[in-house]
Design a protein around this ligand. Structure first.
Ligand code: UDP
Ligand code: MG
Length: 338
């Protein structure tokens, strides 16, 4: 069967693809395109920009249509709803045809001026060239504190070390892109996946700029979900820790039992202790629910994985990706392996 694969474009492969997830970024698109294109024209033979519209409800799609009419090297795929940035990146990688792929945000917080340095390293043979933020000035103090805690926990318990300050702003060689595309997981923690695939890697420091227009699309709720996805897809420590907690509590209970037995044998029966009884019942009830909750988090993720729903649904394509096939190309991760 001929593969109708989004990646099968052999001859017409551009040297570089730039993948940009966009969610309600109508005001940023023109400025971004105007700044990125001259830089790309100066540093590579040929390029394409793949926008992934993550279910925007503002004028993002109109802006994307407009830029596509002006420049055919710019295409877009649009999701049927908001699937989240991680999944938008996965879709961008599925659709990117370049020999190398750069991932960047739409809000100009990732300075495009760093792109030529990424490309230089790629030409020297690096396959995973990642931007390393040198500061977090642009984040609120609470977000800074929470991310610091998260990275500390990840460093302690995660199975893959993350390079400090590395995020989604990076260049990936085709080989690394194929590796990422072959990972079918739904709970995607890209930062972990980039580190997990390995390949010859190098960091390029950059300063995070101020957001050009609008506000961050990440609420604390979304960030918490993201942090839990990250920890749970790269660590089983939260599952195993309950074995130790349970063992310690049981040992303590046995000691208490011996203590009360001896006390009763020596001093006779004595009834007070209602308060301590209630407190311990509540405490252990709490511990049990907490451990069940952690199990539930993992089981929920297992449930999401075994359903094998497609990672995303494309509602519309703008540009030549739309013209290629009547049916949407089926990325490799969606094909059932038999
Ligand atoms: N984004 C997305 N889907 C979402 C949230 C964000 O595609 O559900 C995109 C957003 O349009 C931007 C990038 O991801 O291009 C980074 O988002 P944002 O700037 O809001 O995040 P922050 O810089 O605060 O981490
Ligand atoms: Mg941003």
């Amino acid at each position: 069967m001929p593969a109708q694969d989004a990646l099968d474009f052999g001859a017409e492969r551009p040297e570089l693809s730039v993948v940009i997830p966009v969610f309600n970024e109508a005001d940023n698109i023109d400025g971004l395109v105007a700044r990125v294109i001259p830089i790309l024209e100066n540093c590579v033979r040929s390029f394409e920009i793949v926008f992934v519209d993550d279910g925007s409800s503002d004028g993002t799609m109109e802006a994307l249509r407009r830029v596509n009419v002006a420049d055919r090297r710019l295409h877009a795929v649009s999701f049927s709803r908001n699937f989240g940035k991680e999944i938008a990146i996965a879709a961008g990688l599925d659709h990117a045809r370049g020999e190398a792929v750069i991932i960047m945000d739409a809000d100009l917080q990732h300075p495009p001026e760093v792109i030529p340095t990424f490309v230089d390293y790629w030409r020297q043979g690096y396959k995973n060239v990642f931007g390393q933020r040198t500061d977090r000035e642009q984040d609120s103090p609470l977000r800074r504190l929470l991310s610091q805690r998260f990275y500390y926990l990840f460093g302690q318990f995660g199975e893959t070390p993350l390079p400090p300050g590395a995020g989604d702003f990076r260049l990936l060689d085709r080989q690394a892109v194929e590796a990422l595309c072959s990972m079918g997981e739904r709970a995607r923690f890209s930062k972990g996946l980039y580190a997990w695939i390995g390949f010859k890697s190098i960091g390029v420091p950059f300063e995070v700029a101020e957001r050009a227009h609008g506000t961050s699309k990440f609420s604390y709720r979304k960030l918490t979900r993201f942090a839990l996805d990250g920890l749970m897809s790269f660590s089983t420590v939260p599952l195993k820790v309950w074995t130790y907690v349970g063992t310690m509590i049981s040992a303590f209970a046995i000691l208490m039992a011996v203590y009360f037995l001896l006390k009763t044998a020596i001093y006779g029966v004595d009834l007070p202790g209602f308060a301590s009884l209630i407190v311990s019942v509540m405490f252990f009830g709490g511990i049990q629910l907490l451990s069940l909750g952690v199990l539930g988090e993992y089981i929920g993720r297992i449930f999401a994985e075994v359903k094998r729903r497609p990672l995303y649904l494309v509602a519309e394509r703008i540009g030549d990706h739309g013209a290629e096939t009547a049916d949407p190309p089926m990325p490799s991760r969606h094909r059932q392996r038999v």
